[in-house]
Write a protein that binds this ligand. Structure first.
Ligand code: ATP
Ligand code: AMP
Ligand code: MG
Length: 192
């Protein structure tokens, strides 16, 4: 049975989605409620491992058709999870060599059926520095101008998802050093 609340969190690379989700989970656990967190990228990587791929940052370099197949399989796995609340850590779009590929095209929305969207942003210079200072990932190195353009694109794409699903979007700003504040904003928005 699908979860009653299916919360999709999007943001461009390095904005702090995974850090934010980890903080949200800690806060929810301490309140005694149960919640399942799913990283869409991890679900795709699990499937990609069958083809010998070991690094999540290689997925966006695969041929589009392969990304599409991994994406569908990941969505189906996530949608089959049984729980009350599921939080999905993902992207409104992926920057690929062919251009911006939708993270939540209509076929994926039909599988996931999101009840809420959380659209995470931060100051472009903070995102830039977070990408530069994170040795755990192989993030694409881009200019501040591209980060600004991607933030605008994110707002447009997630609005389209919201219209297709008939579900609200809550914009959240992940300010430097203020993860707990952003986590509280998310918890308030989804009523957990
Ligand atoms: P990706 O889409 O590539 O998975 P992400 O959005 O999940 O990226 P994170 O991995 O959570 O981003 O964070 C990127 C870096 O920014 C990490 O080094 C993290 O510690 C740092 N970071 C996240 N949020 C904040 C914040 N509010 N203040 C300072 N540093 C932060
Ligand atoms: P992340 O750890 O969130 O950066 O995810 C790792 C990788 O998984 C991303 O760089 C993308 O290649 C892929 N990915 C994550 N979410 C999606 C999605 N909704 N659609 C397509 N690819 C995705
Ligand atoms: Mg992440």
């Amino acid at each position: 049975m699908a979860a009653a609340k299916r919360i999709v969190i999007v943001g461009i690379p390095g904005v702090g989605k995974t850090s934010l989700v980890n903080t949200i989970v800690e806060k929810i656990k301490s309140s005694g409620k149960t919640v399942l967190v799913k990283s869409f990228g991890s679900a795709m990587l699990e499937e990609a491992r069958r083809n010998g791929i070991r690094d999540r940052d290689v997925i966006r370099c695969l041929p589009t058709k392969e990304q599409e197949n991994l994406q569908r399989t990941a969505a189906e796995r996530i949608a089959n999870e049984e729980c009350d609340v599921i939080i999905i850590d993902t992207h409104a779009f992926i920057s690929t060599t062919s251009g911006y590929y939708p993270g939540l095209p209509e076929n994926i929305l039909r599988i996931l059926k999101p009840t809420n969207y959380i659209s995470v942003s931060a100051k472009p210079e903070e995102i830039y520095n977070r990408r530069m200072n994170d040795p755990t990932r192989n993030r694409d190195l881009v200019t501040m101008n591209i980060i600004k353009q991607e933030l605008d694109l994110q707002a447009a794409v997630i609005s389209a998802c919201s219209v297709v699903s008939g579900s609200p979007v809550k914009p959240i700003v992940n300010r430097e050093g203020r993860l707990v504040e952003a986590a509280n904003d998310v918890i308030r928005a989804i009523g957990l």
